[in-house]
Ligand binder design. Structure first.
Ligand code: AMP
Length: 392
């Protein structure tokens, strides 16, 4: 297969969730049918794709069948095994490369890589035994966060340790998986940058955004981040540096903390479209999904320009999705629903975007007002951004 992919070439996407769905919709606009590898024919991505291979991500027969149906492979789902992607890479080009997935799947490999790339992170130690946990806690100090090295997301597989008496129970709960202890970052806010990179090394990065979580799950993204220009720019530089060090071909989300002293630290990276980039569908001429597909297909990358400011609000679980009729009836709320049949608590069901003229992103009360029916009972601004939001 040669690049750029010719129109009508088939893009294979591993994973059937909303990220695959919105990637397939962007691909369709560029003339590429998508073929999804997933386990459930009703998955969000399958509903908008051309075709599907149903089966297990680890099964080599399934992987071979999928590869034979596509011209290039990408993924929207990080819990596929890197070995599975290796097998796919022996049959078809895989973008981003399996090695990049391998790094992002393991917090220890990820932090080691970031350190080598010159990207600062929270201080950390690998933890393989309770003894090592005690030693790490002494070295890093408490509070600190114990995390499973693999397969954690949205705060799952994490324990905040405030006191040495909590170490044994937390270790017991999370082991025998490989663990990592991270020093607690007293952050002022969380931000992210999404950067696309082509095979020729060209990059396009969307503006730095601010992310606010509720119950460990992304709730709001503010674009651009209402932070000092120098901090937003430092985040841009870091994201580009990491993408280049990875020799990325595709899309990378870099999640960062702004520490209370203004320093920017990388929290984690994801080599795929990211929830904090959903606003780009409505506020940019070319969204994160379009740039993802462009990078994967070898098309020219456009500058990641933003024509509007935006707030993205996730619709999480049964309570928020129950507001769908009111959302549809509210002028200015741009609705996105992912087609999931069942609204379980904590499940991302859709999102809405609200646009503002460039430079006119309002403050917290203006945002609350603009989100109308989706606004929670008022909280003071302090609580909206503090750690207690995340850790209760
Ligand atoms: P993660 O799964 O690593 O993205 O962590 C989920 C959330 O926990 C982050 O978005 C932060 O709000 C919080 N968190 C994770 N690691 C740290 C840390 N080292 N210091 C402070 N807060 C953290």
């Amino acid at each position: 297969m040669s690049f750029p992919l010719s129109p009508n070439a088939t893009i294979g996407i591993v994973g059937g969730g909303q990220l695959g769905r919105m990637s397939a919709m962007a691909a369709a606009r560029l003339g590429y049918p998508c073929h999804i590898l997933t386990q459930d024919k009703d998955d969000p991505a399958v509903q908008v794709a051309h075709s599907v291979t149903l089966g297990d991500y680890e099964d080599s027969t399934t992987l071979r069948r999928f590869a034979s149906a596509v011209d290039v492979v990408t993924f929207e789902f990080e819990n596929v095994s890197a070995e599975g992607l290796d097998l796919l890479a022996s049959l078809r080009p895989v973008r981003p490369a399996p090695e990049i997935l391998r790094i992002s799947q393991n917090r220890i490999a990820e932090k080691t890589f970031l350190h080598a790339a010159g990207a600062p992170t929270a201080p950390w130690r690998a933890v393989r035994s309770l003894d090592e946990l005690h030693k790490a806690a002494e070295e890093l100090g408490l509070p600190a966060i114990l995390k499973t090295a693999r397969l954690g997301y949205d705060g799952k597989g994490q324990r905040l340790l405030r006191d040495a008496s909590e170490l044994a129970a937390a270790f017991e709960e999370l082991s025998p998986k490989p663990l990592i202890l991270e020093g607690f970052v007293d952050f002022a806010c969380e931000i992210s940058v999404i950067v696309a990179r082509g095979a020729d090394g060209n990059m396009a990065a969307f503006d730095t955004v601010q992310n606010r979580h509720r119950d460990h799950i992304l709730d709001l993204t503010l674009a651009p981040a209402p932070i000092a220009e120098a901090i937003a720019e430092a985040a841009q530089i870091l994201a580009r540096k990491v993408a280049a060090a990875l020799d990325l071909v595709g899309l990378l989300a870099v999640e960062m903390f702004v520490a209370s002293d203004g320093k920017v630290l990388v929290n984690e990276i994801a080599p795929r479209p990211h929830n904090s980039g959903h606003w780009t569908i409505d506020a940019c001429p070319a969204s994160q999904f379009e740039l993802h597909i462009r990078a994967v297909a070898g098309l020219p990358l456009l500058p990641a320009t933003r024509h509007s400011d935006a707030v993205m609000k996730n619709l999480i679980g049964p309570d928020e999705v129950a507001l769908w009729p009111e959302i549809l009836a509210t002028p200015g709320l741009i609705p996105h629903l992912y087609g999931k049949a069942e609204a379980r608590p904590g499940r991302k069901m859709g999102h809405v975007t609200r646009l503002f003229p460039r430079g006119a992103l309002p403050g917290d009360f203006g945002i609350a007002d603009a989100l109308g029916v989706l606004t929670e009972p008022p909280k003071d601004v302090e609580t909206l951004v503090s750690h207690s939001e995340v850790f209760g």
